[in-house]
Design a protein around this ligand. Structure first.
Ligand code: MN
Length: 323
């Protein structure tokens, strides 16, 4: 742990969220916190408590919990009993949190469970958080919704209730596709950011939100995909910041629907590339991060380095997962 902390400090980065994993082992076949098997529940709880303690050790303020728990067939287990098991375990996790630690609870409608998922939507996550205590907040993974669901409305409601803890950003075409942010529907991301800017404008402060990326870079080169994601997020964040809120409010107040909508679209259409280039230049950062990364030759260097180390260790291939 100390070595990780020292390396991070030397590179000018910090440890982000600690993510628990209570879904990969066979023991969790019937679930983790929701399992009818007491041993599996205890094991999951122990793992989560250890993750919370690890978070304290590495000075990470955020512990993210996602559960694959659910059932595949009607009658497989009692839905309310599973809910109660979750309430008990989540409360224990919450009470183990240190000062400045927040527990984020993720939801997902289906997969891997196909009949009933124990924490299937934002309402279930919200209720669990409220019962667990004030350090528990909802995590919105943009891919964890049914196709036509209005995600920005969920974001607006959670913001208004001070219950939005963070995001897992990604994009999708069908379900939890984990594609890169804004690759399919950039206007969706813009609308989410618009709700955050609007909330901040109305309340005078930006809420403390953990912005995280939960993507699966199967085909795109990982580092380039992350740079593309970060710059896409910056562009859409800036576009949403440039919505003329006074004009929007006025149009809304007078029922001028078309003008209200155009206020959003005008901001969305703006080319913010020059503004972002200025912002980066002022911070001694490359104006075009992707081009700078490609010119650096870093990718070829680490690929060679990793290949050699893997060969030396006799390891081939990589891992995978979902959350
Ligand atoms: Mn996620």
């Amino acid at each position: 742990v100390r070595e990780v902390l020292e390396t991070a400090a030397a590179k000018g980065v910090r440890v982000g969220s600690i993510n628990t994993n209570t879904f990969q082992d066979q023991e969790y076949k019937l679930g983790s916190f929701g399992s009818p098997d007491e041993t599996a529940r205890q094991r999951a709880l122990k793992h989560c408590l250890e993750s919370i303690r690890l978070g304290q050790e590495v000075d990470s303020g955020v512990v993210t919990l996602w559960f694959a728990d659910g059932t595949n067939y009607p009658g497989q287990d009692d839905i309310r009993t599973r809910k109660h098991r979750f309430e008990t375990a989540l409360k224990q996790c919450h009470d183990a949190l240190g000062e400045g630690q927040t527990m984020l609870l993720e939801y997902k409608p289906f997969e891997p469970a196909f009949y009933q998922t124990d924490i299937a939507d934002w309402g279930m996550s919200y209720l669990h958080c409220r019962k667990a205590g004030p350090k528990a907040k909802v995590l919105v993974d943009t891919g964890h919704h049914y196709p036509s669901q209005n995600i920005e409305q969920i974001v607006a409601w959670l913001l208004d209730e001070q219950m939005l803890g963070g995001f897992h950003f990604n994009d999708r075409r069908y379900a939890d596709d984990d594609l890169t942010l804004g690759s399919i529907d950039p206007y969706q991301v813009f609308r989410i950011f618009h709700e955050i800017h609007a909330y901040a404008a109305d309340t005078g402060t930006y809420p403390a939100i953990a912005y995280m990326v939960d993507q699966s870079h199967n085909l795109k080169p990982k580092t380039e995909a992350m740079i593309q994601t970060a710059t896409t997020a910056q562009e859409l964040w800036l576009k949403a910041a440039r919505v003329d809120r006074a004009r929007l409010r006025e149009a809304q107040q007078n029922g001028r629907i078309l003008d209200a909508e155009e206020t959003l679209k005008t901001a969305f259409r703006q080319d913010v590339t020059p503004l972002l280039a200025d912002w980066r230049r002022a911070r001694n950062l490359p104006e075009d991060p992707l081009a700078a990364f490609r010119e650096s030759g870093y990718l070829a260097h680490i690929e060679k380095d990793r290949r050699e180390r893997r060969e030396a260790l006799g390891i081939a291939g990589g891992g995978g997962g979902y959350a």
